[in-house]
Write a protein that binds this ligand. Structure first.
Ligand SMILES: Cc1cc2nc3c(=O)[nH]c(=O)nc-3n(C[C@H](O)[C@H](O)[C@H](O)COP(=O)(O)OP(=O)(O)OC[C@H]3O[C@@H](n4cnc5c(N)ncnc54)[C@H](O)[C@@H]3O)c2cc1C
Length: 405
């Protein structure tokens, strides 16, 4: 027998749990909701950082907050107070536990640990099939990367790939109110790579090595880069590695599918919540969840597309183009961005909360010829001329530059 629910949430990670939580706090809190995830979500599989003005989402789950952030390279350290913004960290495990315990008292929110095999729509109901059974819902919100859920390739297909170590030094060395968002004091062998250092106490920090490039490195490359940076650049010889994390986030202009059918909607990464040029998604996931709940409360059909202005998608394309074609020049772009603009303004721009005048001021500080070249390539691509846009690579167009079909 197929069990029936009002809402099925396929995937109980950041997006699925956020949606469940926002539903539980709304006038729809009595709906029958099923959450399905193949994973028990009982490990600290990731750490989310994000900035917010005012109170952050899930304040009880926030692990640390910074009021100052810095950009660092060989020429100096730039940044400081974030103004009205604050930078927050939520550990994955704290978030999973927090939301699950908030929902535990509501018997109409049911969790099942099952692997989803397919999601379809039949006779006005959305049907989710798992390895164990089948469930039917009025709406399904999917965040699982199932085969049909993924978009066609975009023009730009970079990855932000990274590995991080939680380190404990056993003595006070950090200011835990100050984080380093990007430290470019490392070689740029054709791509864009940097470290960040987020201290959560005077002796403990998350140090992460990040690369923007088309494909991941060998596992040992991240580990040796972290070791070299911590010991060589930061000068710490005695430290303990408490925990490790790693991951990859798509940096692409691919057209993510917000809806697979009228009752099957997509949220989170597969629903296009990742900002292509930064990899940040947590705040956008909250925005998406609040938007869906408001639509359902108003009796409207859910639409998970975020109300992004077209100009931001265009800016993203230009930066993606530079990072993909001349990745090593990314360092210069970020240097000028952070050196010549207040960091709070940069963050507002990166989260699409700036206005056109502020954006024009920011662009005036960036390397104009680089952006003009990217603009030209972008126009040539739009006109369908891949060979004109990428003459040096056109003979054997690499998969990472495959234009949209
Ligand atoms: C290591 C890492 C660090 C990140 N750090 C940040 C950050 O600092 N700030 C930020 O804004 N963004 C960050 N991101 C990007 C983004 O916020 C996260 O990827 C976020 O978890 C995306 O949420 P999601 O719900 O789409 O995916 P997930 O959180 O991955 O949730 C998807 C869920 O679907 C489940 N699932 C998958 N397939 C199936 C299946 N077939 N059946 C059942 N269940 C299935 C998975 O187990 C998972 O629980 C990070 C991403 C990673 C990978």
């Amino acid at each position: 027998m197929v069990r029936e629910y009002d809402i099925i949430i396929a995937g109980a990670g950041a997006a699925g749990l956020s949606l469940a939580y926002h539903l539980s706090q709304s006038s729809l809190c009595e709906l029958d909701v099923l959450l399905l995830d193949a994973d028990p979500k009982n490990t600290n599989d990731r750490t989310w950082c994000f900035w917010s003005e005012g109170a952050p989402p899930f304040p009880e789950a926030v692990f640390h907050t910074w009021e100052k952030l810095y950009f660092q390279d060989e020429t100096g350290r730039y940044g400081g107070q974030l103004g009205p913004l604050k930078y927050h960290m939520i550990r994955g495990l704290d978030f999973y536990r927090h939301v699950r315990s908030a929902l535990a008292s509501r018997s109409n929110f049911e969790f099942r640990q099952e692997r989803i095999e397919s999601i379809d729509e039949k006779s006005g109901r959305a049907i989710v099939k798992t390895q164990i059974g089948a469930y039917s819902g009025r709406h399904v919100f999917n965040s699982c990367p199932l085969p049909g859920a993924l978009p066609a390739l975009g023009r730009y297909q970079l990855l932000q790939h990274f590995a991080g170590w939680w380190i404990e030094l056993g003595k006070p060395v950090f200011s835990s109110a100050e984080g380093t968002l990007m430290d470019f004091r490392t070689a740029q062998p054709g791509d864009c790579r940097f470290f960040y250092v987020l201290p959560v106490s005077p002796s403990r920090a998350l140090v992460e090595f990040t690369v923007f490039s088309p494909s991941r490195l060998a596992a040992e490359a991240y580990q040796s880069a972290l070791k070299d940076y911590i010991e060589g650049q930061l000068g710490f010889s005695q430290y303990e590695v408490l925990e490790k994390e790693e991951g990859a986030i798509p940096m692409t202009d691919a057209a993510f599918k917000n809806r697979l059918s009228p009752r099957v909607h997509q949220i989170g990464t597969v629903g296009g919540a990742v900002k292509p040029t930064t990899g940040y998604a947590f705040s956008r996931i909250q925005e998406q969840a609040r938007q869906v709940v408001a639509q359902l409360e108003a009796g409207q059909a859910p639409d998970t597309r975020l109300p992004s202005q077209a100009r931001f998608a265009f800016y993203d394309q230009l930066l993606l183009d530079i990072l993909e074609v001349e990745g090593f020049r990314g360092k210069g772009v970020f240097h000028r961005l952070f050196r010549h603009n207040r960091i709070g303004k940069v963050l507002k721009f990166l989260s699409e909360r700036s206005n056109p005048v502020a954006e024009a001021r920011i662009f005036a500080t960036l390397p104009v010829p680089l952006f003009l070249k990217a603009l030209l390539r972008n126009l040539q691509l739009r006109a369908g001329s891949y060979a004109a846009a990428y003459p040096s690579t056109a003979a054997a167009a690499p998969a990472t530059l495959t234009p949209k079909q």
